[in-house]
Design a protein around this ligand. Structure first.
Ligand code: UD2
Length: 313
């Protein structure tokens, strides 16, 4: 049976993708070193998948798992802009060396297409919104550089080593299972935890920075489409919703949904932070059949319900 590999499959996006692949009847192998991911995210499906507890930096263990796979979804990474500034060495190793290993293992092992999780951070601050794939990248942080380099490798492996690849630039993905417990966690997981605990969040900067928050199920649907689309090898596409919300608007909306009044605190802006982010989704719609289904508010409500359920509320 064809094997579908998900690196980073114990993470919140990866584990949602694993569920979608299982629903399609696929044989799924997860590669994860359980550093940012967590086996809990795969709990009720653990007996339906094969979990390889290994680091993508360990080529000798990685290569035999990837060899001959039908599709490789490469989501394993050390995410976070601030983490890559506070501790650049591990994120460089995972995001650059680890990604190179995945592409190399796929090419040498004659695997099918690799779908690479790139990042909207590659754009940096552009003069124009929304951000289109043809714009020159202007990475502002080590993380952004690392993720961009992975895209370049994806494209070069397609050209030079006949490996099919597609890169998707994820735009601030959120949803159930996103870990809210680290200072490097995604802002919405932190906001929602604050909301349910009736605490004020800290907004870094003036809160007028904006993001194209994208619900995880829409990204999963696009990953599946990118794994089958024709004539797209070596290309990079935005994986966003196409909208744009400031942090101030977002916190206001969450308070309204929950019916509370909890003014945010403000702290210094983060180094390496992008000011505004919004995806032009035209190319992904045209070439991959992207069709985001969840409005921001729908995604927020579903995610909030999930966090609430976790707390038995
Ligand atoms: C970047 C990428 C995103 C993804 C992610 C992975 C951009 C535009 N987006 O997300 O696509 O690759 O990295 O980690 O580069 N913030 C607060 N309070 C908090 C936490 C965060 O105000 O407690 C702010 C933060 O300063 C930023 C915004 O919220 O302005 C979003 O931060 P984030 O860490 O959720 O994601 P971001 O945009 O760095």
């Amino acid at each position: 049976m064809n094997r579908y590999i998900v690196t980073g499959g114990a993470g919140f996006i990866g584990s949602a993708l694993v569920r979608a692949l299982l629903a399609e009847g696929r044989s799924v192998h997860v590669i994860d070193n359980l550093s940012t991911g967590n086996a809990r995210n795969l709990q009720e499906i653990a007996d339906r998948i094969t979990l390889h507890d290994l680091d993508i930096c360990d080529y000798d263990r990685l290569a035999p798992v990837i060899a001959g796979a039908h599709r490789v979804f490469h989501l394993a990474a050390i995410p976070s802009v601030p983490k890559s500034i506070d501790n650049p060495v591990p994120s460089h190793a995972s995001n650059i060396d680890g990604s190179f290993n995945v592409f190399r293992a796929a090419a040498e092992g004659k695997a099918g297409r690799v779908i690479y999780a790139a990042s909207s951070s590659a754009y940096g601050d552009t003069e124009v919104l929304p951000k289109t794939e043809s714009m020159a990248p202007r990475p502002k942080s080590p993380y952004a550089v690392q993720k961009l380099l992975g895209e370049y490798y994806a494209s070069v492996f397609s050209d030079c080593f006949q490996l099919e690849t597609v890169a998707l630039r994820f735009f601030n993905v959120f949803g159930p299972r996103q870990d809210p417990t680290s200072p490097y966690s995604g802002v919405l997981s932190i906001f929602m935890t604050c909301l349910l605990e009736r605490r004020s969040p800290t907004i870094f900067g003036d809160g007028e920075q904006s993001r194209d928050f994208t619900y995880v199920e829409d990204v999963v649907a696009l990953l599946l489409k990118a794994s089958e689309a024709k004539g797209v090898s070596g290309k990079t596409f935005n994986a966003g919703n196409g909208g744009r919300y400031t942090l101030n608007e977002t916190w206001r909306l969450l308070q309204k949904i929950e019916g509370v009044d909890l003014p945010a605190r403000y702290g210094p802006a983060r180094t390496g932070d992008v000011r505004d982010s919004q995806a032009d989704t035209a190319a992904a719609i045209r070439e991959l059949g992207h069709a985001p289904k969840f409005s921001f508010e729908q995604g927020l409500r579903l995610t909030l319900d999930w966090y609430r359920g976790q707390r038995g509320l």
